[in-house]
Design a protein around this ligand. Sequence first.
Ligand SMILES: O=C(O)CCC(=O)C(=O)O
Ligand SMILES: [Fe+2]
Length: 342
Amino acid sequence: MIVKNSLGSLPPFPSDVPTAPIASVTLSKILNGDEAEAASAVEACRTHGFFYLDLSSTPLGEDLLAESEDLLQLSYKAFDHPSEEKDPYELIKGVSLFGYKKPGTVKKTDPNLRPDTTEFFNVSKDHMHGVEPTRDYPSEITDNKPLFQAFTKNAHQLGMILLGTLAKQLGLPPSEFTEKNIFTKPSGDHCRLTHKFAHVSDKDAIGLPSHTDFGSITILFNWLGGLQIQSRNPETLGQWEYVKPMEGHAIINLGDAMVTFTNGLLKSAKHRVVPAPGEQVNVDRYSIVYFVRPHNEVIMEPCEKFKDLKDDLKVAGKFEPEGGKILTAGDWMVQRAKQMGS
Ligand SMILES: O=C(O)CCC(=O)C(=O)O
Ligand SMILES: [Fe+2]
């Protein structure tokens, strides 16, 4: 199957900016039980917490590539309204994770404290599949429910393949993580559409300030540069490096829930979005994201095997619930969303 890819119609990612040396893992090899490929996925999660996933030559991967392109086309229309038409769909910080997030509402975590310039539609997997009663969404979303149903189902399935692979490689029962992320149970799982205007006159604008994702695993499709992670290389430690979009690939990263479940053995890297490099700065930026998050009743604590791992293995994604309480995933997601504003 030839999957349409909008990458070719955009200005190229410049060849002279430093990019993050993250691994590329091939889904078809993972599906064929290739041990070396599975080991490289785990290694990526123990170091960067980020990797590219080559989705080509697999029916699941090609469906996801095609659906992410369709969602990109849909995003052009869904965001192309004055704010007074989007505001009625606004999500309420600390109450609901889903709906419209306007620019400027995410916690200002960067040193210059600049507000974020990205708008989102967070579309709940449970709303699309009738797991929970839905909320109102704009017509571009409600009229295309089958597309959201297909994308969330396939992205979730991909997440389960990857979580199963990580569990096996860590010597855990294969269902250790997948049983914490059950598709048919109420959760914070969602498809996020993001949009950031081109920043021609303000090259220092922050698209999304530095953050870690708070769920289990994130599956990201973007077409323009702008995403950055912090270098783990001793010579450039802490410097921000671009993650260059690659044709036929998704970008996969772990969220803080996996840091908690593995007691810090697997990492959730800090990342941010800045204006796209080079000529790409002249183009509006969109991304399509699926967040797999533990279902609401899961207890947020390390799995048995990793209970006694030492604290100093932890990197990003440190979040201490008030009073050191052990929370359910439902409460944890609400607290994190309130803290981050997303
Ligand atoms: O747009 C991107 O490339 C990244 C988005 C992101 O990090 C997020 O929505 O949490
Ligand atoms: Fe993120």
